[in-house]
Design a protein around this ligand. Sequence first.
Ligand code: ZN
Length: 297
Amino acid sequence: MELKQLTEHVYYIPNFTNIGAIRNGKKLILIDSGLDSDTAKKILKTINDKNFHIEAIINTHSHADHCGGNAYLKEKVKLKIYAPELEYVMIENPLLESIFLFSGAMPIESLKNKFLMAPPSKVDYVIKSNENKLIFDDVEIKIVKLPGHSPNHIGIAIDNILFCGDAIFSPKVLRKHKIPFYIDIEVQKQTLNYLKNSSYNLYIPSHGEPIKDINSITDKTLKLIDSIEETIIEFTKEAKTTEHIIKKICNSFKIEIKNYQQYFLTKTIIMAYLGSLNNNQRLNVQIKDNQLFWKRI
Ligand SMILES: [Zn+2]
C-alpha cells in the first residue's frame, strides 16, 4: 500500500476501496477504512511507516467495504468514528444490512459474509443532515450530501478535492457491474446532476482511479439510468412480475447472476427502479392471483 499525497492536506491510499486521508499536523483523518481487518492492518502499517497517527475515521456510508476496517483500527488506535445519520445505525448493527437485502427477514447464511456484513463498530459522532462541515483544530472539512447509493451517503471535500465514495463509479467499475447499485433512483439523479455542475479539481471515487473530467462520467451514468428505466417501461406493456423484470434487465445488460448475494443485490437495484417509476406515475403496481405485477401506465 502507498500513501499518496495530492495537496497540502489531501492524501489517499489506492486500494480495492480507496482510502482517503486528510492531514491535520501529524494526525490523519481517514475517509473509510476498507473491507476487513487484514486491509485495516495494512492501512495502519502504511500510516505508521510515515509517522502519522490516525485521529478519526469518517465513513461515507455503511457498506462493509467502507467500514469493515473500523473495528480493527479502533481497537489498535485511540480514534473517533464519524458517520452520517441512519448510516451509523447499520455500522453499529451490520446484520441489518443483510436483513434489509433479504426483504426484512432473517437472511440465509450466504448473505452474512464479510462483503455484506462488516464487524460492528461504535460510532462516536453522528453527522447530522444539516451539518456541512467538521472542524479538526485548524482544518475544516466540508460534508457534501451525495445520497442515492445508500440513504445518507456523504462525500468529503477539502483543498478542492472531493472524495465521493460510491456516489460515482469510474468507467472501469461501471463496465464491470453493468448496472450500478442505487437504492433511490430519483435522489441519485439529483446527486449526479449536483456532481455534473460542481467544479472540484479532482474527484476520488471509492472504486477506481481519480477522475478529472466528471461530466463524462455523470453523463454516462445518467444515460445508463435512463436506458434501464426505458427497458423496464418497454417490457411492461403487459403486466410483469418482479422476477420477470429482473430476468429481462439481466438479459438486456448481459448480466449473469452467479450467486445469491448478486441476486439479492440486483433485486434491490431493480426494486429501486420499480419504486421510482411507480412514484413518477409511469408504472402501475397491482396484485392478481396472489402475485404482484408491474404494468406501464
Ligand atoms: Zn457502497
